[in-house]
Design a binder for this molecule. Structure first.
Ligand code: LUB
Length: 215
């Protein structure tokens, strides 16, 4: 079991919440429906080319119903980016329980992340909004830093376990893996709408982990 993972992702896992009452459940369902509709549109057209009316039309609600949950388009963007990052603590928890070595855990986490980029519209929309962050007048989470911290933690454990090739520095290797993953999923998005992002990441991951793994 690797050393305790960087707090980046694990610290954000809150306690299990009590089930809400039916009225709250209905409101939560509508709120999620609005978020998913906005995520679809932000992914398809981007932040600037999407209006609150477009979101209302996509989810077949009134603009008022959208405003009930989100005061403006920026609030939708912030919620989506935050929800994008909320995916990773669960993934980290699941992979950490597989009992793999630190280096294999790192590889497996990125493989699972690639699957999320291929399949999950919130993850896809969060990535696009982060690229368009200069156009969004709102405080968005700083990108990449949590993944760098997580991978640095795992690669440090890998180094201590003798899994890393001599001379490979965990911090620099973590940054390189994040840059490589970001580029791989971005190229796949532009060329195939991420239809092949899992396969493309698998190709690059094999090369990168072969380069950093001890013989
Ligand atoms: C990841 C993106 C797209 C980093 O962590 C992030 O902010 C990321 C969105 O900004 O890729 C690589 C795992």
């Amino acid at each position: 079991m690797p050393e305790p993972l960087a707090p980046a992702f694990t610290a954000k896992m809150g306690p299990a919440r009590r089930g809400p009452d039916p009225k709250q459940e209905r409101s939560a369902r509508t709120r999620l429906q609005v978020l998913l509709g906005a995520a679809e549109l932000f992914t398809e057209r981007g932040f600037r080319q999407t209006s609150v009316q477009d979101v209302a039309d996509r989810v077949e609600m009134t603009k008022g119903a959208v405003y009930f949950h989100y005061p403006n388009k920026e609030a939708l963007a912030v919620a989506i980016v935050e929800e994008h990052y909320a995916h990773w603590p669960k993934l980290v928890d699941e992979v950490s329980k597989e009992g793999l070595s630190p280096l294999t855990t790192a590889a497996r986490m990125l493989e699972r992340a690639a699957l999320a980029f291929q399949e999950d519209v919130i993850v896809q929309a969060g990535a696009r909004l982060q690229i368009e962050r200069p156009q969004i007048d709102a405080e968005l989470p700083t990108p990449y830093v949590d993944w760098i911290a997580l991978l640095r933690s795992l690669l440090t454990a890998a180094e201590e376990a003798g899994e890393l090739r001599p001379g490979v520095e965990p911090e620099r290797a973590a940054r390189s893996l994040v840059s490589a993953f970001f580029g791989s999923q971005h190229v796949s998005d532009v060329l195939s709408g991420r239809a092949d992002v899992v396969a493309r990441w698998a190709d690059l991951s094999e090369l990168l982990f072969r380069a950093i793994r001890a013989d």
